[in-house]
Every structure is written in C-alpha cells, then in structure tokens.
Design a protein around this ligand. Structure first.
Ligand SMILES: NC(=O)c1ccc[n+]([C@@H]2O[C@H](COP(=O)([O-])OP(=O)(O)OC[C@H]3O[C@@H](n4cnc5c(N)ncnc54)[C@H](O)[C@@H]3O)[C@@H](O)[C@H]2O)c1
Length: 368
C-alpha cells in the first residue's frame, strides 16, 4: 500500500448502495478513487464499473481483497454478510467502511470491532445522516446553544418498502423497517445529543400492509430515554406511500428547529405528462410531485466518503465508528424485545444467542 496520494478503494456490491458509494467518490474525488468493484452476479460488477470508470472487476470479493494497492473497502452487500466481509477485509489489511446496520448480532459487532483493532485498520460505520448538510446545520445550532438544553430529538424515515427481495427476508436482513431505517434514527438521536448513555428503549411495531411478503415489521415507533433526561423519538415505515420522506425535529428549552431533507429541499411541481425521476422510491411523476436535486449531497454521502478517506490518511478522526454501530445494534435488540413484551427495556441489554434481532419480537408474538 502506498499510504500516499488518493486512497484506493474497492467497493463490495454493485447495486443500490454500491452505486451511491461509487458516485459519492466521483463527486468528491480529491481524497479517494474507486479502483475495483466486486459482486457475484455475472455482468453486474462490469455494469457498475462501466458507469463509474472503475478499472478492475471481480466476482469474488476475496480476490479483490488480495489486490495489494487497495487500502479501503466499502461494504454495500446485504446485512447478513457485513460481519464476514468486514473480518475478511480486516484480515487482508484493508480499512473498512461498512453500510448500516453494522451487522446482525452483538457478537458479530464485537468481533468486527476487535478484529479491526487487532489488525490495525479502521472500522467506519456508514451513517450518512451524520454528514447530511441540513442535519449538520441543525446540530451546529444546537451545539452553539441556539435551543438551550435539547430535551427531545425526533428523526423519521419512511417509504413504501425496499427495492430488493433480501430486505424482506428477515434471515438475511435481521428485521423489517426498524432494522433497515430505524438504525438511522437511533444513530441520529445518539449523535445529535453527543452520545449520552442510553437508559431505556420502548418500541411499538406492526406489519400493516406487507404481511404477504415478509415476517418483518413495516411500521415502528421507538422512544429512547437518555441518561441526561433527553428523549429520542424514531419513527419508521415501509407502509408509507409517496416516495421517501426523511425529517427531523429538535426541541430545546429555548427553541426549536425542523428539517425536511427531501420534500423540504424539493421543487413543488405539477406535470400532466410525468418526467424521469422525482425522489427515491417515488412510484410516479404525474400530477403534483416533489423532485429533489443534488440528492446524494443532501444526504451527505459524498461528504461521508470524503471524510472516511481522510481518516485513512490520518487527516481526520472517524466520526462514525464500529462502536456507534454496536450501540445501534443493542438498541435494535432492545426495541424488538420491547415490542415483543410491551414493556420498556433498560440498557445494557445483551441477551446471548440471538440469531436475528427480530426474533425477540417474533418469538414473543408466537407465544401470545
Ligand atoms: N446508507 C443508506 O442510506 C443505505 C441505502 C441503501 C442500502 N444501504 C445498505 O447497503 C447494503 C446493501 O443494500 P443495497 O440496497 O445496495 O442492496 P442491493 O440488493 O441493491 O445490492 C446488494 C449487493 O450486494 C451484492 N452481494 C450479495 N452477495 C455478495 C457477495 N457474496 N459478495 C459481494 N457482493 C455480494 C449483490 O450482488 C448486490 O450487488 C445494505 O446493508 C443496506 O442496508 C444503505
């Protein structure tokens, strides 16, 4: 490894998140370049490589890890593969950027963190909301004292369900919308409030519209109690029609701010005929729609990858780490347990032998 110049990156995966990763590096190219992509389905890695001018293509990510010059890999594969891939990458001496959620179980989270430490590589957690400009602005104001003591932070992310079949299979995803998008809100509240200890988790969830295709929940509400008295509220849905919605509310003793990441940045638009693309997962573009612009930038993806590359060069300290991902994982466990029992769950909450977090909800349901 050169340790100089632009960080050479290998992307694992070739579809939705992998495309975002490759585009994010292209948008902020001064610190890193994607030199390889690995994905098992024949033709898929080639397609992504062609789109983003990526010179090397692999069907087996382990072959990509054998490339000496690659310094950092980004993992954009299904959740159940995150731990295995992270450990393989760390053992090959590569720094790791792992997509959310960090993994499936707390044992995996521990092993990922421990292996990366032992191998002397960084484990960076791809939580882009820490880098979303509008949310960063809200945090700056909070840190400047604009709202006095912040007593409640809300984050919600909702759409009508994911694009790929593995998300709906809880054995591969670990759970439904609480896992898939609740992980963003949990991380967001924790980060926004400067990572106070989490005292308890209360959660309600149900499957309202997608019971024919998944055992996972498609709607969830989660309340986090922090040791400093503040509360986090995380609302998620795969049952909400009309394309992606992502927003926050921040309440302090001396003020309040609201931020709507997509509709709030969009062009209120009416079209009789429709047009190409409005926003992630919007089903149609006829009639009234809210087309976004600079979508990846507004989410913070390029800024996130730029930051991670700078961390590899020792220019910055990681702002989103494996430890953040592990806290989120513990809250996911506690949330499913809470929804299963109908009770608030105190942290620390580390039941052993959990295979997939959602079983803490599904098993209770079947006993009821
Ligand atoms: N940060 C975000 O906002 C965000 C958005 C979307 C997805 N994600 C996360 O990114 C990850 C991928 O999700 P996605 O939407 O891209 O899914 P996807 O189904 O669109 O793509 C998954 C990719 O993983 C690849 N893959 C599967 N097995 C593999 C293997 N053994 N080796 C290498 N590649 C393999 C598939 O071929 C495919 O290219 C998930 O963990 C998801 O939660 C994060």
């Amino acid at each position: 490894m050169s340790g100089k110049g632009r960080v050479k990156v290998g992307v694992i995966g070739s579809q939705f998140a992998a495309d975002i990763h490759a585009e994010a590096f292209r948008l902020m190219p001064d610190e890193a370049e994607v030199v390889a992509v690995a994905s098992p389905t024949p033709g898929h890695a080639e397609k992504l490589a062609k789109k983003h001018d990526i010179p090397r293509v692999f069907t087996d990510y382990k072959q990509m890890l054998a490339e000496d010059d690659i310094e950092m890999v980004t993992i954009a594969a299904p959740n159940y593969l995150h731990a295995r891939m992270t450990i393989d990458a760390a053992n090959a001496g590569k720094h790791v950027v792992c997509e959310k959620p960090l993994c499936m179980t707390l044992e995996e989270a521990d092993l990922m963190i421990e292996t990366c430490k032992r191998k002397g590589v960084l484990l960076m957690y791809a939580e882009e909301l820490f880098f979303a400009p509008k949310y960063v602005r809200a945090k700056q104001m909070a840190d400047d004292g604009a709202f006095g003591k912040v007593y409640m932070v809300k984050q919600s992310e909702k759409h009508f369900g994911p694009h790929a079949s593995w998300f709906w299979d809880v054995e591969q995803s670990g759970g439904g919308v609480f896992t898939d998008m609740g992980c963003h809100g949990i991380a967001f509240c924790y980060w926004f409030l400067d990572r106070p200890q989490i005292k308890s988790v209360y959660c309600q969830m149900a499957t309202h519209v997608h019971g024919n295709k998944t055992r996972g929940e498609d709607n969830s509400i989660c309340i986090l109690e922090f040791a400093d008295g503040a509360v986090g509220v995380v609302e998620n849905s795969w049952a909400r029609r009309g394309g992606m919605d992502d927003r926050i509310e921040v309440y302090g003793q001396g003020g309040v701010t609201y931020a709507n990441l997509l509709m709030g940045n969009a062009l209120p638009t009416y079209s009789e005929y429709g047009y190409g693309y409005a926003v992630e997962k919007a089903p149609a573009t006829k009639g009234w729609t809210y087309p976004v612009f600079e979508e990846l930038w507004n989410y913070g993806f390029p800024q996130e990858m730029h930051h991670f590359a700078r961390c590899v060069r020792g220019k910055e300290e990681p702002q989103a780490t494996g430890e953040d991902g592990r806290i989120v994982q513990e809250v996911l466990y506690a949330g499913y347990q809470s929804a299963g029992t109908g009770r608030k769950v105190d942290l620390p909450f580390r039941p052993e032998g959990v295979k997939i977090p959602i079983e803490l909800w599904l098993n209770r349901n079947s006993q009821a």
